[in-house]
Structures are given as structure tokens and as C-alpha cells.
Design a protein. Structure first.
Length: 417
């Protein structure tokens, strides 16, 4: 039971009637009030995680800032909450940039990413006063030289591909040779030279990011070593990538172990007066949210199929790169026989969790899947005409919807005839 609760947001409890309490809110109340599927976020847990990152980095390297890799959870309310906690925002599209600004994010704290940034997106970033734009290719330099007005000065970072391959799924490894992201070291040196000759682009420093869901600190140290080879700069953005604990077997480094690795390596290799940025995404938000589903049917068998009213429309991570999730009956927590928790979509691959223990699952039961704060919302979709679920913030026993559930009318809203 302790292992299971350890996957849920810190502070999650089991009420006297046996049901989960998320942010002090009984899951049965959340299911009845907001319906299912629903993504419930423990607001206190998310704020505490942000402070743990921000305070931990500042204590180790004062000239620094935590920048949220917002592709993990690009929700206006999340942008607003993390901005209130003093975090900068890493945005990877015009849409994410627009959402961040709408939430009140500081434009000077924006780091704008993308391996194929369009002219429109670069105009949006420059016009908004984005603090840093990450140069991912030589075309970025050409476009920005044309877009930044005469007399202007746009801060940029050069993204380096250091040929580091962490132990993670191929779909979320980004630092190896052959990655579509960044420039290999000789190309990065050429980009640095070109930018130093620009009268509109201000080369502030270097960026590196080697992947996501990394459960070992070694690749992070290697990334710092790689950027140090390019010389002295004012800013070093060391990316993100720290993994989250999705399953009982996962054992990711703690935030403190991760920060110790980065800063200890940086102290020996980077200028003492440089500014360090980091970009946690998954490890910032994953643990703070729980997906709630309603059981629709149970098909008996050696490993019963427990089918719920969601699936790959609201959690694509399983199908996309095989991420494992645990689960429990939310009103009878823990234990039970091994089941196959599946979704409602017309794909055999629509499995939320294969081989998960569920105690006497029945139609109408609520199922809770923890560690769903990262990439479920951002990858949600309308497959089979599914309506994307709401996002609910829970805090001190009170809940509020920050994103409503889509309606059938929403599915037709863009139709022209």
C-alpha cells in the first residue's frame, strides 16, 4: 500500500470509507461532479515541486533559473501557477508561447524552442520580447537576422547535439548523433562564429538537452562536459530530462541528486559567473496529477479485461513509447488479481496498463491511474470522436475545473459546411 500511495501526489490519503483523497478531495466526489475521464491535479503538490526545484537550484548556483518545459503540460492554469512560483517558461511552438503569455508569464523568461520554427512563430517570439530563442539550425539564424528589426538585439542560444545516448526510449532520446534536434559540435562552432558576427542577434550562450525519462545522472554530467568544450559564455541552458517514478520498479534520481550532478560538474568546468538554466518538464508535473476513469465492462478470463471510458485519446504515452502505468480501484485501494486495463478506442494497442492488480473491479467503479501529469494533456486527441477530458485542480479539500470537458459541439466547431 505504501508503494502504491508513493506513486500518487504527496499528501494523497485513503479516507475511512476506503477511497482515495486527491488534494483532500474524495475521488467519488470528483467523479460525480466532473465525470470521467478526468485529470485531477493536486495544486499543493505541484507548487511544492516547483519550489523544490527553484530553491534547490538557487541554493547550489545563485545565478540561475528554473524554466518549465511546458510541452509536458501546456495548460493555461499550469503556466499561471508555475509563473507565480517564479519559473520561466520553455515553449516549443506559437501555441505554447501564446498560452504562456495569456497566463501572465514573463516574456523575458521565455525560452523559445523548435527544430522547425516558422517565420510566424519567430515573429511572435520577437514581437513578444521573448528573452531567449534557441537556434537549432542555420536557417534559424537566417530567419532571425531578417525578422529582428534594425537596431534590435535578440538573445539566442545555440543548441548542441553532444552525441550522448541516454538509456531511454528512442522516441524521447534527443542528444545522439542522428537526432533531428540541434547541431553537432563542428556545426555548433560554426553557428557560434556566425552569431558573433551578427549585429541583430546577441549570442548569450549554449543549450543542450539529451532526452526525457532519464533514470541515471551520468548523461547529465556528460552533457555539461560537452558544452564546456565550446568555450565561455554568459548562459548555459542544461536542458531537462530527469525521469519520473511511474512504476514500483522505477528508481529515478531525486531532484537533489540531479541538481548536485549538474552543479558539481558545472563548478569544475563552467565560468563561475555564468547563468545556468534548467528545463524540467516531466519530472516537474508527472507526479502531481491522477487520471480517473469509470469501468464500463469487465470481460472474464485468466487475466480479465477491465475496459474504461478513456484510453489512448487521453493517454497516448503507452501506445507512443510503451510507458508503463500502475492503477488501482479508487474506492478499494490496492491488492486484487491481475487484470488488463484497456481503453474504449478501436485499436488493440489501446491498453492503459497490462498486468495490473485491481481488487474486484466492477462496472461503474472508479479507476485511478497515477503519475499522469506529463504529456497526457498535451497528447490528448479526438480519436474515435473522443471528447478531451477536463483538468481539475484540487487543493485543501476543494476542487475547481480549469479546463472544461469538450462537447460534441466542440468537435464540429471548425467545420465550414
Amino acid at each position: 500500500m505504501d508503494d502504491l500511495l508513493g506513486l500518487f501526489p504527496p499528501g494523497t490519503e485513503i479516507a475511512s470509507d476506503g477511497q482515495l483523497m486527491i488534494g483532500g478531495c474524495p475521488v467519488s466526489d470528483l467523479g460525480e461532479r466532473y465525470g470521467t475521464p478526468t485529470l485531477a491535479v493536486d495544486e499543493n503538490a505541484l507548487r511544492a515541486r516547483a519550489r523544490r526545484y527553484a530553491d534547490g537550484l538557487a541554493a547550489r548556483w545563485p545565478n540561475s533559473r528554473v524554466t518549465f518545459a511546458s510541452k509536458a503540460f501546456p495548460c493555461t492554469a499550469v503556466y499561471r501557477l508555475l509563473s507565480e512560483e517564479g519559473l520561466g517558461m520553455d515553449v516549443a511552438s506559437g501555441g505554447e508561447l501564446t498560452l504562456a503569455l495569456a497566463a501572465g508569464a514573463d516574456p523575458a523568461g521565455l525560452v523559445v524552442h523548435g527544430n522547425a520554427k516558422t517565420d510566424e512563430e519567430l515573429h511572435l517570439a520577437v514581437d513578444a520580447g521573448a528573452g531567449l530563442i534557441v537556434v537549432d539550425n542555420f536557417d534559424d539564424i537566417d530567419r532571425l537576422d531578417r525578422i529582428v528589426p534594425a537596431g534590435g538585439s535578440q538573445g539566442v542560444l545555440v543548441r548542441v547535439t553532444p552525441d550522448i545516448r541516454p538509456d531511454t526510449h528512442e522516441a524521447i532520446a534527443t542528444g545522439q548523433a542522428g537526432s533531428k534536434f540541434g547541431l553537432l559540435m563542428p556545426q555548433a562552432q560554426e553557428a557560434v562564429a556566425r552569431l558573433r558576427g551578427s549585429d541583430r542577434l546577441r549570442l548569450d550562450g549554449i543549450h543542450v538537452h539529451v532526452g526525457s525519462q532519464i533514470l541515471d545522472t551520468k548523461p547529465f554530467a556528460q552533457a555539461v562536459e560537452a558544452v564546456a568544450e565550446l568555450g565561455r559564455f554568459q548562459v548555459y541552458d542544461l536542458g531537462g530530462g530527469l525521469g519520473a517514478r511511474y512504476t514500483y520498479e522505477d528508481n529515478p534520481p531525486s531532484v537533489e541528486e540531479y541538481l548536485d550532478t549538474l552543479v558539481d560538474t558545472a563548478r569544475g568546468l563552467l565560468p563561475a559567473d555564468a547563468r545556468i538554466l534548467i528545463e524540467p518538464g516531466r519530472s516537474m508535473v508527472a507526479e502531481a496529477a491522477v487520471s480517473l476513469y469509470r469501468v464500463v465492462t469487465v470481460k472474464p478470463g485468466e487475466q480479465p479485461f477491465v475496459a474504461v471510458d478513456g484510453g489512448m485519446g487521453d493517454n497516448l504515452e503507452v501506445s507512443l513509447y510503451g510507458q508503463r502505468f500502475e492503477a488501482t480501484v479508487a474506492t478499494r485501494v490496492g491488492g486484487g488479481g491481475t487484470c488488463r486495463l484497456v481503453g474504449r478506442h478501436c485499436e488493440s494497442g489501446d491498453t492503459l496498463s497490462a498486468g495490473v492488480p485491481l481488487r474486484d473491479p466492477r462496472p461503474g467503479d472508479l479507476i485511478a491511474v497515477p503519475v499522469t501529469g506529463a504529456y497526457t494533456y498535451s497528447l490528448s486527441n479526438n480519436y474515435n470522436g473522443a471528447r478531451r477530458p477536463p483538468v481539475i485542480f484540487c487543493r485543501d479539500g476543494r476542487s475547481r475545473a480549469v479546463v472544461r470537458r469538450e462537447t460534441y459541439e466542440d468537435l464540429m466547431r471548425r467545420d465550414l459546411n
